[in-house]
Design a protein around this ligand. Sequence first.
Ligand code: SF4
Ligand code: SF4
Length: 398
Amino acid sequence: MNILSQLSNQCVRCGICLPYCPTYQQTLHEAESPRGRIALMKALAEQQLSPESSALVHLDHCLQCQACESVCPLQVEYGKLLHLSKAKWQSPSFSLGLTLLSQSMTVLNVIARVLYLYQQLGLQRILRPLLYFDSLKTLDHYLLPMTLNNLASHYPAKQTPVKGKVNLFIGCLSQWFDLETILSCILLYQYFGFDVFIPKQQRCCGALHYHHKQSFQAEKLAKHNQNIFDSTIPTVSINTGCTAYLAQTEQLTIHNSYDHILSLLKPLVNASELSFSALNATVMVHEPCSLRYQLKQATVVYDLLKFIPDLEINALPNNQYCCGGAGSYMLQYVEMSKQLRNDKIATILKLKPDYVVTTNIGCYLHLSAGLPVALASVMVSPLTLLAQQLISPTTEKF
Ligand code: SF4
Ligand code: SF4
């Protein structure tokens, strides 16, 4: 029996996972459920289904959120099964996007500067109504206001004695679409007494390449990053999507920045070396699948926010369901992606929190793009709120 048959035979078709599957919840279609997808993969493995079969489109519709895997009582290895099965069928290509993401930061910086000018000169506003192709409309939808990346490669500690050093893995999009999170992370480490290093040659983590059957390219990116990060210093990653993927590769030892910061913060606050000013506001926590299901560290965000006095912290209802961002999913399966987002946006508009926090750039972009422009600033990182409320012995901030 081959490995794919073995893995798919682990499923006893109990259906416990079905209520947790976002695509099944939206469609109530068995083939859009984990159980249905496993049945398709079993048929594919046992050659009862041709790799050209149109039924395999249901496998492409999977968000790879891993909600099903986390609730399965038999611990069926759904993620592994899907990844191995993917080699057998032709899924839709996302090769131009992946090729772009494989480029060096220098190339990406040039592209970002062109897009920045496109926005600053008002061309985006003028050309938006003229966009004809759906793919261009979708790209434009996610082209949120950009900032230019002027990050240094070294930020010295702001406290003495220096307590340690960290490397920052910033991923490929945050520096232009969510620079604030990176700066907040740097600032916190600096006030913890850490030197922060941001190697300029770092590249994309490779998660999207891995999920799109470009394992060779994903490995190449991982090896590149392994070579340029000094392994004698802990490397922390800002986006939990990148963190969850890097944690499963063996090339680069990675720490979740949220968890790492929490571990450093606790003793500093207990010793009254750092504190936070009160914030009379409400915050809802969006739990990205990467944090909740893959890293299994969702509580970290709540524990971090509890350091801010007076802040009212609540979970965003239905956090068990993916927001629909899911890497390149939001660009490829636009309708389902928006359907899943609509539920989150409706909740945000109804409950009107002052902030919605998330730990992943994909979710940040997807949810921000779905909010009315006037409300887009409610989306922040927990690190931004912490940095904003930090009371430090010295006065200098950003
Ligand atoms: S994947 Fe697990 S929970 Fe889902 S039907 Fe199969 S055995 Fe049951
Ligand atoms: S990974 Fe997510 S979308 Fe895919 S089958 Fe499992 S629960 Fe459904």
